[in-house]
Design a protein around this ligand. Structure first.
Ligand code: COA
Length: 333
């Protein structure tokens, strides 16, 4: 018998209701709406309320993903939650989500590859489904980045936002391609490029619990790594950029996305962009963008979709998939 193919059968997302605009930053920082829009593409971002934590956002996104897959929490074998902003140091946020959903058959663990977390989680989930060790998985990216920000630093605070996105991944005997090729990479020599020095076991005299970033260096490395990564995945799959129906990139900076689209020769109508409304939501960025693309009707049965992300670590990765949700749902009955 052939190994099962991993297919996405449902997507969901959730963003906190509080909107923080560029003007809100300009009211107390030396910055402006036009600087932020031109240099990053961001107009506004969502900020979690003091009562909301990463698991709360994740549960709401996961429920929507289950609903769109026509499944219940009891159908799920496992939950992989990508986050760099867990509710607690331990236990994992995935365990809190498992309990809240009542997904009592599901194993649960967190995975931290920061902004590349969802691509990493999908890569792990794909292997579990293909090996037969799990049949139905919830893969979630959820972040409350706002808790890590130094609100007086105009170089970082304006970039990030909060949100959660989720997919249901199933083993399919009928799907042809599903998740085709995923490649994940890391280079820990660059760990300082984007990091949060407090909150872990490393005691640092200079440590603050706030995110620090070397913006210019990060920008250049992100552009180079994303380009290499997508080209590696396309070449391993024998697919040319022209065959891609939709690129869903990590939403860190519109100029990084533009550079990638130009390199691939993809027109912007084949690129999912929602950075203007959410900023960089780290591990939630790709699944939120994917869910919006699906709900906006930009994904059809058979669409070839390319996911890609770069983040702290540094980590990066890409994945090529074919959308076969309807085929799988029909063959399930
Ligand atoms: N408003 C106004 N001016 C700002 C500013 C802001 N919010 N943030 C920085 N500046 C200033 C800088 O202080 C600098 O001023 P100086 O020349 O007087 O020193 C000037 O703008 C240019 O700074 P620079 O860092 O060169 O700008 P940039 O064009 O590289 O844009 C980032 C800065 C952070 C937007 C950009 O580097 C970036 O997006 N980097 C990648 C970030 C990223 O993707 N991180 C996450 C990866 S997952």
């Amino acid at each position: 018998m052939n190994a099962p193919v991993a297919v996405i059968t449902g997507t969901g997302s959730y963003a906190p209701s509080r909107v923080m605009t560029n003007e809100d930053f300009a009211s107390y920082l030396e910055t402006s709406d036009s600087w932020i829009r031109e240099r990053t593409g961001i107009r506004e971002r969502r900020i979690a309320s003091p009562e909301e934590a990463t698991s709360d956002l994740a549960v709401l996104a996961a429920r929507k993903a289950l609903e769109s897959a026509d499944l219940t929490p009891k159908d799920i074998d496992g939950i992989i939650l990508a986050t760099a902003t867990p509710d607690l140091l331990f236990p994992s946020t995935a365990c809190l989500v498992q309990a809240r959903l009542g997904a009592d058959k599901a194993f649960a663990f967190d995975l931290n590859a920061v902004c590349s977390g969802f691509i990493y989680a999908m890569s792990v989930a794909k292997s579990m489904v293909e090996s037969g060790s799990a049949r139905r998985l919830l893969v979630i990216g959820s972040e409350v980045m706002s808790r890590t920000l130094d609100w007086s630093d105009r170089g970082t605070s304006i970039l990030f936002g909060d949100g959660a996105g989720a997919v249901v991944l199933e083993a399919s005997a009928t799907a042809k391609r599903g998740l085709e090729t995923f490649r994940i990479r890391a280079d820990g020599r660059y760990w300082e490029m984007i990091h949060v020095p407090g909150g872990g076991s490393r005691i640092s005299e200079k440590g603050t619990p706030y995110l620090r970033m070397k913006g210019g260096e990060t920008f250049k490395l992100a552009v180079r790594s994303l380009q290499e990564s997508v080209l590696e995945v396309l070449s391993a799959s024998g697919v040319s950029p022209g065959e891609i129906d939709l690129l869903v990139p990590h939403q860190a900076n519109i100029r990084i996305i533009d550079a990638l689209a130009t390199r691939l020769g993809l027109p912007m109508d084949k690129v999912m962009v929602n950075i203007d409304r959410y900023g960089n939501t780290s591990a939630a960025s790709v699944p939120v963008a994917l869910d919006e693309a699906v709900r906006e009707g930009r994904v059809a049965e058979g669409s070839r979709i390319l996911l890609t992300a770069f983040g702290s670590g540094v980590t990066w990765g890409s994945g090529l998939l074919t959308w076969e949700a309807e085929l799988q749902k029909r063959s399930r009955l």
